[in-house]
Write a protein that binds this ligand. Structure first.
Ligand code: SF4
Length: 338
């Protein structure tokens, strides 16, 4: 029997995920053709299924798209080599990478240009890690734990970068060990762990003394969701990742529960779970308000602006057709006219 549910803020969508979802939604509005998206646009099953039902095909390699396709690159960032391969085949490629991932790509390039060997803390096989390492594959060394750092034998200048969505509890020991092993290690002034990752983790840690268990809503392949679970467990509290309300049947929850969500989990899934828990009390726990906002990718912004201007023009002249069929001409990847 669940007594109290603490609903933790911030949780769920971050600015990068919101931007990527909006960008792909706009692509569907603008173009009639199938949109090919490199990697899941964000790591959430519900969202991916929704887009698959609306003419989006998710691919893992440029070889999977037809010549002349329209392509979107996911929020996790794409290696320059893979992006070039998409550009060679696609009519149009829009990159919805989160600006905070782009920051890490810039840092990787900067340290490489300075001749440094880069230790990159991340998860093997994760889309973001693959994209970042691809910026400088000969100079970047992926580590997942302290043993991996121990096994490195780097000479000369060294630098340390990280996947944006790590648990603070996994990042800090690796960072400290790396600094000890390489005393002249360079690091970015501002942490690579993004605001959304750290805010969600510090919020959940603050509520732990009031609860018996924590539910983290998010998909299995969502790194920041797994980091939230890891963070709670490393603080000695019971934690469960759940995809949706169906996963509650396997759990035997009692007492007070906190509920949060990874940065790519839609909030309606959280509220369905709360309804199902049917607790005596629902208490909102607000740790911090987030105001970050990331605009749409520039190329897409331009196209959206052109369409808006066109529609405005039609409205001014009272010629707004009931069913407007927007046809779009594209040349060199840019929208020319309607
Ligand atoms: Fe960007 Fe952080 Fe959101 Fe990833 S979790 S999309 S890095 S804001």
């Amino acid at each position: 029997m669940v007594n109290k549910v603490y609903l933790v803020t911030p949780r769920g969508f971050c600015a990068g995920v919101e931007m990527a979802i909006k960008a792909l939604s706009w692509m569907l509005k603008i173009y009639d053709e199938t949109i090919y998206c490199y990697h899941e646009i964000v790591h959430n099953k519900w969202i991916v299924n929704k887009f698959e039902g609306h003419n989006v095909v998710f691919v893992e390699d440029p070889s999977e798209i037809p010549e002349g396709a329209i392509v979107m690159l996911s929020a996790h960032g794409t290696s320059p080599n893979v992006e070039n391969r998409f550009n060679e085949k696609a009519t149009l490629t829009i990159n919805s990478v989160c600006p905070l991932v782009t920051k890490v790509h810039h840092e990787a390039k900067k340290y490489t240009d300075q001749g440094a060997q880069i230790i990159y803390v991340g998860h093997k096989g994760h889309d973001e890690a693959l994209g970042a390492i691809g910026v400088s594959p000969d100079n970047m060394h992926l580590v997942e734990n302290i043993d991996d750092v121990e096994n490195l034998n780097l000479q000369g200048e060294t630098a340390l970068l990280a996947q944006t969505t790590l648990a603070i509890s996994e990042w800090e020991p690796i960072m400290n060990h790396s600094k000890k092993k390489y005393p002249n290690l360079s690091m970015p002034r501002k942490s690579d762990l993004c605001y959304a990752t750290t805010n969600r983790q510090s919020a959940i840690v603050e509520i732990l003394n009031k609860v018996n268990s924590v539910l983290v809503v998010g998909s299995e392949n969502s790194s920041n969701t797994k980091a939230l679970v890891e963070m709670v467990k490393s603080n000695g509290c019971d934690a469960h990742r759940i995809e949706n309300v169906d996963d509650l049947t396997d759990l035997n929850l009692n007492g007070n529960i906190a509920i949060t969500a990874g940065a790519s989990a839609p909030d309606h899934l959280v509220f369905e779970i709360i309804d199902h828990l049917n607790a005596n009390d629902l208490i909102e726990f607000n740790h911090i308000n987030e105001e970050e906002y990331f605009p749409l990718p520039k190329e897409l912004r331009n196209n959206v602006k052109t369409i808006s201007n066109f529609l405005e023009h039609l409205c001014i002249h009272d010629e707004y057709p009931k069913k407007l069929k927007v046809s779009i001409m594209i040349e060199n990847g840019q929208l020319l006219k309607l």
